[in-house]
Design a protein around this ligand. Structure first.
Ligand SMILES: [Zn+2]
Length: 337
């Protein structure tokens, strides 16, 4: 079975000859950039450069997928937020919010042809053409909660979940259309699956707030995004995994703050799991033995796609992801054709 099929089948919890390996979030490290000769910030701003760095997830590390969107700023930049695109060893950041909570958000008519979106869509097309037979091409969209941080600023959004919940709901309803537009465009450009990153982490979004502002939107996104979707939320999400399982989203990318056994138990049989391997303790500083032990623990608890919990720190050694990917191969079933 090709890595592409293993990855996409694992996203739906269908039978595979081994667990899948890969990530829905950035695997870019500075030593990986040096190895393939392309660097940040160009890899956010030029399609060929972006595609070459993403391809290294397969060619250098051995993952079953490639994922070219490395930053959290693509949609925000296309919406008009001023973005600092960072440096070789610094991720991009949004400089200042665009709106107050009472403002009407305007989605630009040319959103998808604006530079940040255009570059990402072109990179997905290049990856599909070059590697689409072998590996899964995974795009990335941000959900309305994360887009809300970028449009309003974190504090303005969070304070108004209490003060002006209706204004927050109106904003979420508008911003989810950005997610849908960009997601559909990514699938049309060549993405086989999408990461939906929506940072409704426990410390900023209570279980009640998740239900009030996001649960139905995540259900709707599961329906409207025309491909398998992996929801990424970092931090401790133990309390909301049972709700996520009811959204209809295929897969959940979980953080090591959720014990693996808890994630599996709460995800049940229907929701696939990706990630859960600690970036700090395993990917960045783990010994090969430590990494192999972590892989074994993930396999034993039925994690479907094994890999880092979130965007890998830029100063991590990419060889540690290769050790992880090689170790997953050890669990291949020789009987399986
Ligand atoms: Zn994350």
């Amino acid at each position: 079975m090709k890595p592409r099929d293993i990855f996409l089948r694992a996203m739906r919890r269908e039978a595979t000859p081994r667990p899948a390996k890969g990530s829905a979030t950035s695997i870019a490290t500075t030593d990986l950039m040096d190895t393939v000769g392309v660097h940040f910030p160009e890899a956010h701003l030029d399609a060929e450069t972006m595609a070459r760095l993403a391809a290294a997830g397969y060619t250098e590390i051995g993952f079953d997928n490639v994922a070219p969107l490395f930053s959290v700023c693509t949609e925000a930049a296309a919406m008009g937020v001023e973005v600092d695109w960072g440096q070789v060893d610094v991720m991009p950041t949004c400089r200042a919010p665009l709106y107050g909570i009472d403002d009407e958000i305007a989605i630009p008519e040319d959103l998808l042809t604006r530079e940040p979106c255009r570059v990402a869509l072109a990179a997905l097309g290049l990856l599909k053409k070059r590697y689409g037979e072998e590996v899964a091409v995974v795009g990335k969209v941000f959900g309305p909660w994360t887009l809300g941080y970028h449009m309003f600023g974190v504090e303005e959004l969070l304070v108004n979940t209490l003060l002006k919940p209706d204004a927050v709901k109106r904003a979420m309803a508008t911003l989810k259309e950005v997610t849908v537009q960009f997601g559909i465009a990514q699938v049309e450009a060549g993405a086989d699956a999408l990461c939906l990153a929506d940072h409704a982490t426990r410390d900023v979004c209570s279980p009640a707030a998740y239900d009030e502002f996001l649960f139905e939107i995540h259900q709707e996104l599961a329906e409207r995004l025309p491909c398998p979707v992996v929801l990424h939320i970092c931090g401790d999400t133990s309390d909301r995994i049972p709700r996520i399982r009811e959204t209809g989203l295929e897969c959940f990318h979980f953080d090591s703050k959720v014990p693996t056994a808890v994630a599996r138990e709460r995800a049940g049989e229907g929701l696939a799991l990706m990630g859960g391997t600690s970036n700090l303790d395993v990917i960045r500083t783990g010994t090969p033995e430590h990494i192999r032990r972590d892989v074994r623990e993930k396999v034993e608890h039925g994690v479907d796609i094994i890999g880092p919990e979130c965007a890998v720190p830029l100063d991590a050694p990419f060889q540690n992801m290769k050790v992880l990917a090689d170790e997953v191969e050890a669990y291949a079933d020789p009987e399986y054709s």
